[in-house]
Design a protein around this ligand. Structure first.
Ligand code: KG4
Ligand code: ZN
Length: 358
């Protein structure tokens, strides 16, 4: 087992369009967090283009890792272990991070930890200390049992962590992830990618109660967002007096700014309520000592607002920069793997798992 005090882990994350690396010490000190996003290159396509993402990871990864070490005022000699996301995510993107981590682990003779991206999102909540004034971290680490709501462009799930590495999936989306629903609704309304922030911004000018949109009734803790997305499409078509054959790509030029704002606000209210209904139900059933949120959609002010209004406990949030994909969450989980005697992985054979589940 590695020494706990002063243990520095380098985390590498390339599962989607962010090339990210970070150094975390002892599972709570954020020493650096470097992120290079290829988002600008994907905006024109309204979503992440896998080939473009993989190519840009390749172009910047060495530089990103070097920057993370420099910002942390550290060098290879002081790094105790490397942690890398090996799934779930885009195959070509994951491959760049994994190959780099494997090479570095072999070259510098460091233990290597294989990290589940979704699990890592929860661990952004364990960071409480940093020398950087630009980060607003939680003041304390969450306590177990811990109820986690993990919501991103690919995931929507509730997980109950009884302790580190002892958890159960309570429920998940049966079709689209909530972030994906935000991204698709943004496209229908002519709002830029990523849809979460742009729908949220547009919703500020709209009436969240203007339209009644349906909430899917799934199993106890499961979600479905595909019906809601279709309901938004039908609503938008009806608003301009067209039927279901009207192409969604032509909606933005026909909808008024008021209609767009009201649709954005009504969709956002229902989509977030769907999440929060189940968070409240899980809180009542399992009486966790803490509730945490993670993943890109955890940056949503509406989600934070509804949770604050409906949960009897208070929630501390990770910094916004630690909600979307980053290397710090990967390094943090790597620290806990090291201190909890979790197995390291073989740097000669570690493979990617694009469809990895929790
Ligand atoms: O975790 P993440 O960065 O990447 C994935 O693992 O998917 O999450 C990206 C998702 C996108 O769908 C984006 O629209 C959503 O998170 N998102 C937000 C916000 N910021 C990002 N959704 C709602 N409100 C936000 N402020
Ligand atoms: Zn993510």
């Amino acid at each position: 087992m590695l020494p706990y005090e002063g243990m520095k882990v380098l985390g590498i994350e390339t599962s989607c369009d962010e090339t990210a690396a970070a150094v975390v010490e002892d599972g709570y000190v954020l020493l650096s967090n470097t992120v290079a996003s290829s988002m600008d290159l994907h905006v024109a396509y309204g979503g992440v283009v896998p080939e473009i993402a993989a190519r840009s990871h390749l172009e910047v990864i060495n530089q990103v890792i070097q920057q993370a070490l420099e910002d942390a005022n550290t060098n290879w000699k002081d790094i105790n272990a490397i942690a890398v996301t090996y799934g779930p995510g885009l195959g070509g993107s994951l491959l760049i991070g994994v190959i780099n981590a494997r090479t570095l682990a072999i070259a510098f003779n460091k233990p290597l930890y294989a990290i589940n991206h979704v699990e890592a999102h929860a661990y952004a909540n364990f960071l409480t200390t940093t020398p950087f004034a630009s980060y607003q971290l939680r003041t304390v680490q969450p306590e177990f049992p811990m109820l986690a709501l993990l919501v991103s462009g690919k995931h929507s799930e509730h997980i109950l962590f009884r302790s580190h590495f002892d958890y159960s999936l309570l429920g998940q989306t049966q079709d689209d992830a909530i972030g994906e629903a935000f991204d698709k609704v943004a496209k229908m309304l002519g709002l830029p990618y990523p849809g979460g922030p742009s729908v949220g911004k547009k919703a500020l000018d709209g009436d969240p109660n203007r339209y009644d949109l349906p909430k899917a009734h799934m199993g106890k803790y499961d979600f479905s967002f595909s019906g809601l997305k279709t309901a938004v499409l039908r609503l938008a078509q009806a608003e301009i007096g067209e039927d279901f054959t009207f192409p969604s790509k032509d909606l933005p030029s026909r909808l008024s700014e008021r209609q767009k704002a009201d649709i954005a606000a009504s969709f956002q209210r229902i989509a977030i309520e769907t999440l929060v209904d189940k968070t409240v139900a899980a809180y009542e059933e399992f009486a966790p000592k803490s509730v945490i949120i993670g993943g890109g959609v955890a940056a949503s002010p509406e989600l934070r607002h509804q949770l604050a209004a409906r949960l009897p406990c208070s929630i501390e949030y990770p910094d916004l920069k630690l909600c979307t994909d980053n290397g710090a969450m990967v390094a943090t989980l790597g620290c806990f793997m090291a201190t909890h005697n979790r197995p390291t992985t073989d740097p000669y054979t570690l493979d990617i798992q694009p469809s990895l589940i929790m």
